[in-house]
Write a protein that binds this ligand. Sequence first.
Ligand SMILES: [Ca+2]
Ligand SMILES: [Ca+2]
Ligand SMILES: [Ca+2]
Length: 267
Amino acid sequence: MQGQTYVAEVATDAGFTNIVFTSTASTATEVRLPPVLSNDTTYFWRVRSTNICGTGVDSASFTFTTRPAAGQCPAGLSLIDGFRDTMDSGINGWTTDPVSGTTWNQSTARPFSGTTSWLAVDVTTASDQRLISPAIALPVDLSSLLLRFKQDVTMEANGATACYDGGFVEISTNNGSTWAPIASTSVLEDFYDGPLSGGEQAWCGTQPYTTASLDIDSFAGQSVRFRFRAITDTSVGSVPHGWYVDDVAVVGCGIPVLLFKDGFEGP
Ligand SMILES: [Ca+2]
Ligand SMILES: [Ca+2]
Ligand SMILES: [Ca+2]
């Protein structure tokens, strides 16, 4: 119909008394919402037509539910550790790759928790530094699995959207034979800052401790290793600082009774 436009409304109640969003009248058949919605919440939406003859009737209403924020669980479920290492009780099965100019070491300079974190120094020479986790069995009885850790980053940036030096995380499902970067689309908190010269998306620049959350739910049920990989180019570093990593954890949503299972696992 000539001049036909549509208005979409989103509300928190079926009666549309609390409308949180009203689109501008448009001929578009798709509406993108500004960031007005809360996580883990059910909303109601409807559409009505408008044209020069007046306003049409409202459509029936429909609902959708937003997903929980990273690290939050739906009602009735709790965030449960599948793995956690605060880096304060020794090496615990972590290894470094000896052929990559590694400086990875347990440092007392800038721990997030306790007295110790891992540190890869942003050296002034070319390096490819690799810190490899012990094998971790990703539980199938937890949903929305995340790899979460704290990171304090001082790595040479290349402008605001790229990295000369930087760090990123890879995952292996075959005990370290092959590795794949965790895609930027799987980063739910603390997004990558930009690509290294080799194209890998990485964290760089300067930021104090921040929580990074990476979606690893598609790997549930597998035994995996994570590789924290710091790459530096041939000049300009941040010695003695670099990429501090602490409190590495696998977390997911489960029924709280699982906490008792953890209690029987011993030290
Ligand atoms: Ca620590
Ligand atoms: Ca950043
Ligand atoms: Ca550099």
